[in-house]
Design a protein around this ligand. Structure first.
Ligand code: GLV
Ligand code: MN
Ligand code: MN
Length: 419
């Protein structure tokens, strides 16, 4: 077994450049939106990536945008080996924070600068990645770029339209070439390994008073967009017994999903997006488009809870004379990282925080897609109060710095460990 001596004694960087970059990227936000909003395919998001591409070039990386719209900056290795890939995403949710995704991208960039400063060469090429559109967006798809890279993107999704712009055009506007999305952009084995540093987005590390965790696995997500069609009618004159209220039916679905997930082991479920038509206080709601998602580490539980939800939704809508249609469905399977890689990452984390944890992730990540084609693992740093996907998302500077150091050490250890 390698002793990773050089990797585990790599100095911890000051973190000043990382903190400055995080602040700089946080200036690219959509106007008139809460928090730090930078959604795909907004101009703010694309402008942030132009800045990032220049920063990659400045760090000596060779940047390119692949067919899926991922921004990839490559550093050469000294041997003819498959690359190690490190990165995350720079898009946010509406009203998101400053660290979800951005930390993993900017820390990866800082790893390269630290290696450059210290004159460290790697045997493997190193790729710094900013994956296109990780967050679930208004096209109803998450992990657009990493799905494209891993070959899990369905070309039928390209026709989806938002404000008259197809997903195909939006990927092109981000520099991608969707015509090239006909299989994985890296065949299985063509990447040596992938690592993603991320904030935990939950309370475990903060409550345990620890600084780092190796991530053992990532939840699977089953996400469906459902259309409920009832009948718009006058809210004053239509007797209660004659209504076909699509929003009242949606309310039943919301509480049904909540009950199922409370009862089910290791499951969470959310209906977080609703579009109501005509959305008038004096009209019985005629139509609702909603997105429901279920998450679990257990694939059987995921399938079972979704099935139960669908059966109950069908019955509840039929009872109200409301039709139910499944408009779109995406799923990412639960992922378990290879034991050897979790062990390597945990050892690295313990070199910086002797009580470092091993945790599963309840959040979805680009790593779920990458795991389909390469050994993939993640590193977590704490989220203050466990808060994320909100403007209050926060991670202490010394945790950001330790996360960056763990990523650098893990890359060095991997470069040593992998043939
Ligand atoms: C992404 O952050 C997700 O977990 O949905
Ligand atoms: Mn997120
Ligand atoms: Mn994220």
């Amino acid at each position: 077994m390698p002793d990773y001596g050089a990797a585990l004694s790599l100095p911890i960087p000051t973190g000043e450049r990382l903190l400055a970059d995080l602040e700089q990227l946080a200036t690219f936000v959509e106007p008139d939106t809460p928090g730090w909003t930078r959604r795909f395919p907004s101009p703010a998001y694309l402008a942030g990536r132009v800045w990032l591409q220049a920063a990659m070039q400045h760090a000596g990386l060779t940047p390119r945008i692949d067919a899926a719209g991922n921004l990839l900056g490559t550093r050469r290795g000294t041997a003819d080996l498959p690359p190690i890939l490190i990165g995350s995403h720079t898009d946010t949710v509406l009203g998101g924070g400053r660290y979800d995704g951005t930390l993993g991208v900017l820390a990866a960039l800082e790893v390269v600068r630290c290696f450059n400063d210290a004159g460290i060469t790697l045997r493997h090429p190193l790729i710094v990645a900013d994956f296109l559109a990780e967050e679930a967006n208004a096209y109803g798809i998450s992990c657009v770029g990493s799905r494209g890279l891993a070959g899990t993107f369905q070309s039928a999704w390209l026709a989806r339209t938002l404000d008259g712009v197809t997903l195909e055009r939006a990927i092109q506007a981000a520099g991608g070439d969707p015509a090239g999305l006909i299989g994985p952009l890296y065949a299985p084995g063509a990447l040596a390994a992938c690592l993603e540093l991320h904030i935990e987005q939950g309370p475990v590390l903060a409550q345990a008073g620890r600084s780092l965790a190796a991530v053992s696995g990532i939840v699977g997500i089953q996400r469906g967009t459902l259309r409920l069609r009832g009948q718009p009618d006058h809210a004053g004159t239509t007797p209660m017994a004659m209504r076909h209220d699509a929003l009242a039916a949606a309310a039943v679905l919301i509480t049904t999903l909540e009950q199922l997930c409370h009862a089910g082991p290791q499951t969470v479920g959310t209906i977080g997006r609703l579009e109501v038509q005509p959305n008038q206080s004096n009209v019985v709601p005629g139509e609702v488009l909603l997105t429901a998602e279920i998450r679990s580490l257990n694939p059987a539980v995921l399938a079972q809870v979704w099935q139960q939800f669908w059966a109950r939704a069908t019955a509840a809508t039929a009872q109200r004379g409301v039709t139910l249609e499944l408009v779109a469905l995406t799923s990412s399977p639960p992922v378990t990282s290879p034991a050897w890689l979790v062990e390597l990452v945990h050892r690295v984390c313990c070199s910086l925080d002797e009580g470092a944890l091993v945790l599963p992730s309840g959040a979805g990540h680009d790593s779920s897609q990458l795991a389909q084609i390469a050994p993939t693992a993640m590193i977590f740093v704490p989220s203050a109060g466990g808060r994320s996907h909100c403007p209050d998302e926060d991670t202490a500077p010394h945790h950001l710095r330790l996360g960056g150091a763990a990523l650098a050490r893990a890359v060095l250890a991997l470069d040593e460990a992998l043939a």
